[in-house]
Design a protein around this ligand. Structure first.
Ligand code: IMP
Ligand code: MG
Length: 178
């Protein structure tokens, strides 16, 4: 069993690269069918989605565009906690088929915020794709159109996902050792 240490935490290999890539290929093939003739705009959420998106794009054969956004967190003016907002989107999404690409849906709060904000710009339809989904952690109502891999509610790193900024470069996905 491959094990690694990042800062104070130990991780063990959980999903091998081969299996991740195969799961991504499966959803890409579904997208090729579902989105044919729709001229979709993919919106990838950085940083976490970069490896997922790189692999996914290689298998998409339909005409499409891709744009990269970030979620910026800042403190609200009142003590209501952090506010998150999308930035970096330059394309006009009005009337378009949008597919959001995320690394992971955990509680679902981030994805719900993204959906709410994009809805303000009157897209034609919005679909959601995520590399990983933790069904047991979900706290919002969300329709996920494309899920590459469902995982239990453990903290993971690798394949784009980080622990405190580190581990994004790992080709396999690792889970925290209990
Ligand atoms: P949310 O809880 O669905 O809003 O997830 C928010 C963000 O938390 C995700 O986009 C990831 O960046 C991060 N995240 C959630 N679970 C994990 C994990 O297991 N490892 C690393 N990052 C995670
Ligand atoms: Mg993320």
């Amino acid at each position: 069993m491959k094990e690694i240490k990042i800062k104070d935490k130990e991780f063990e290999v959980f999903i091998q690269e081969e299996k991740i890539r195969e799961a991504i290929k499966v959803i890409a093939q579904r997208m090729n069918k579902d989105l044919e003739g729709k001229d979709p705009l993919f919106i990838a959420v950085l940083n976490g989605a970069f490896m997922f998106v790189g692999e996914l794009m290689k298998h998409l054969t339909i005409p499409c565009e891709i744009s990269f956004v970030r979620m910026a967190s800042y403190q609200g003016i009142k003590s209501t906690g952090k506010i998150k907002e999308i930035y970096g989107l330059e394309e006009d999404i009005e009337g378009r088929t949008i597919v959001i690409l995320e690394d992971i849906v955990d509680t679902g709060h981030t994805m719900s915020l993204i959906l709410d904000q994009l809805a303000c710009d009157s897209p034609g339809e919005i679909k959601v794709a995520t590399l990983l989904f933790k069904p047991d952690a979900l706290k919002t109502e969300l329709k996920l159109d494309y899920v590459a891999l469902e995982i239990p509610n453990d903290f993971i790193v690798g394949y784009g996902l980080d622990y405190d900024g580190y581990g994004r470069n790992l080709a396999d996905i690792y889970k925290i050792k209990s």
